[in-house]
Design a protein. Structure first.
Length: 198
């Protein structure tokens, strides 16, 4: 139990540094200092920095899945309410960090996809997992009459995730969640043909 706790402490310390500095720029010495462990202990838990990076992706994916369960997979809400709650939480998270951190998985995708095939494949699998859940939510919206059945739910899920990641990136550059809100407004008004939920 203690070993699991220490491993998790290292992962959390690394996540905080990597989301701000990037994976390549994040020095192992800084991570070790933040986690308050010696270098030898790091290699007890992780075979390499690459192994550590994959562990961070797994940790983030697990945490993010909990967010998806509370939002787009929450059948106590209507499908479009689920999507609205997902976007609202995303904007709140960006506001909490002053629009500095952005999306960890999006940051890593931009930085590492062209450099490391193992990272590229794992990140792609993460996005595909999310897309399938978004598609299921959109299919529920079609079944309930909230969304036209003429729309391809899988393609729309891809569009939403790609657009949202782009809006998060722009929010980092602008230091404002306005690009995220603009994306949500356009999505609800011109694709869902609904007023943006308040």
């Amino acid at each position: 139990m203690k070993q699991t706790s220490k491993r998790n402490e290292i992962i959390q310390a690394g996540r905080e540094i990597i989301v701000r500095q990037g994976f390549n720029a994040a020095g192992l010495s800084n991570i070790l200092a933040a986690a308050d462990i010696p270098k030898g202990s790091f290699y007890y838990y992780f075979k390499s920095k690459e192994d550590f990076g994959l562990a961070i992706i797994e940790d983030f994916s697990t945490e993010y899945q909990e967010k998806l369960e509370k939002t787009i997979n929450n059948d106590r809400l209507s499908p479009l309410q689920r999507l609205d709650s997902y976007f609202a939480i995303g904007q709140a998270d960006m506001e909490d960090c002053g629009c500095v951190n952005g999306s960890l998985i999006g940051n890593l995708a931009q930085e590492l996809s062209a450099q490391n095939e193992m990272f590229r494949d794992r990140i792609n699998q993460t996005f595909l997992t999310w897309e399938r859940q978004f598609a299921a939510c959109l299919e529920a919206a079609q079944a309930s009459g909230e969304l036209s059945s003429d729309i391809d739910s899988s393609q729309l899920a891809q569009f939403i995730l790609a657009g949202w990641q782009g809006a998060i990136l722009k929010a980092k550059v602008a230091r404002s969640t306005a690009p995220m809100q603009a994306f949500v407004d356009m999505l609800f008004q011109h694709i869902f043909h609904k007023s943006t939920p308040s």
